[in-house]
Design a protein around this ligand. Structure first.
Ligand SMILES: Nc1ncnc2c1ncn2[C@@H]1O[C@H](COP(=O)(O)OP(=O)(O)OP(=O)(O)O)[C@@H](O)[C@H]1O
Length: 259
């Protein structure tokens, strides 16, 4: 796709005999909002690894802003403008919230002292975490840990924000706040690709939904159409995610509910 911000060009990745990306091609334009769903173990997080540079593909190319980044590591891709959250946040527990975000701005974003302080302050404000700035990260509850994870991902002012299951375990009002935060980043021009089992959170934000299963995309397009697609519903059969597709809570939403 001409002018795409992110392109995967025939990317393949195997773990032993498991093919988690099978000749996948994908284009995301600047400012796009894309949701990613799929059964457990479908390879969604691995897809993020291939985009962020945490995983190297066995074949194919990853192109960001028109330049191949396939051989660049995660730190280099972060500096180019790819920010991501991790499904299991691992903040530095003894460091304060502000220090955690500052490290992300400096190490991830490559920002120098003054710019990094401004970026960290902005990221905390944007994620409604300013009041927790001086709290040790290890003392945060689930909602605040998720927000800190997002603050760390945006501290480098990415052009592409990859969110990996940031809504799981949150209450409805907390999900609504999170949706507002993600929309605001998109309104500032960040493209958002969001893996989420909490489908009602996704559909409140994304214009496009992709379903990944068996290493291939079985659905890609208008969210309502993808969710209604018999092929998409088929891949969820026997996996309670169908409940999530209907808008009711998915069992995985309980994951991490250690608030
Ligand atoms: N580094 C790795 N080495 C070997 N196998 C891996 C590795 N990372 C992931 N896998 C396997 O690849 C498959 C896809 O995992 P992945 O975490 O990408 O799926 P997912 O769709 O994000 O799952 P979930 O919805 O449960 O988070 C799984 O079978 C997983 O066990």
């Amino acid at each position: 796709m001409a002018g795409a911000l992110l392109e995967l060009d025939r990317v393949t990745k195997r773990f032993g005999r498991v093919v988690i990306a099978d000749d996948l091609s994908l284009a995301v334009a600047a400012g796009d909002t894309v949701g990613v769903v799929g059964p457990n173990g479908a390879g969604k997080t691995s897809l993020f690894g291939l985009i962020s540079g945490d995983l190297a593909p066995d074949a194919g190319q990853v192109v960001f802003d028109g330049a191949p980044v396939t051989r660049l590591d995660a730190a280099a891709r972060c500096r180019l403008g790819i920010g991501r959250t991790y499904q299991v946040p691992r903040p530095f527990g003894d460091m304060t919230v502000f220090e955690n975000v500052l490290v992300a701005a400096q190490q991830g974003g490559g920002l120098r002292r003054r710019a990094s302080y401004a970026a960290a302050a902005w990221a905390l404000e944007a994620t409604a975490m300013t009041r927790q700035a001086n709290v040790p990260a290890g003392r945060l509850g689930l909602l605040q840990r998720k927000r800190l994870e997002i603050a760390r991902a945006v501290a480098s002012h990415p052009r592409l924000l990859l969110l990996d299951e940031v809504a799981g375990g949150l209450t409805d009002p907390e999900v609504a706040q999170l949706v507002g935060i993600v929309r605001a980043f998109n309104a500032e021009g960040m493209a958002v690709v969001w893996i989420e089992h909490v489908v009602r959170a996704l559909t409140a934000v994304v214009d496009r939904l992709i379903c990944l299963a068996g290493g291939v995309f079985v659905g890609d397009g208008d969210p309502a159409a993808v969710l209604a697609d018999p092929r998409v519903r088929e891949v969820f059969l026997g996996n309670d995610v169908t409940r999530g597709l209907d808008g009711s809570p998915h069992p995985d939403e309980a994951v991490g509910s250690d608030r």
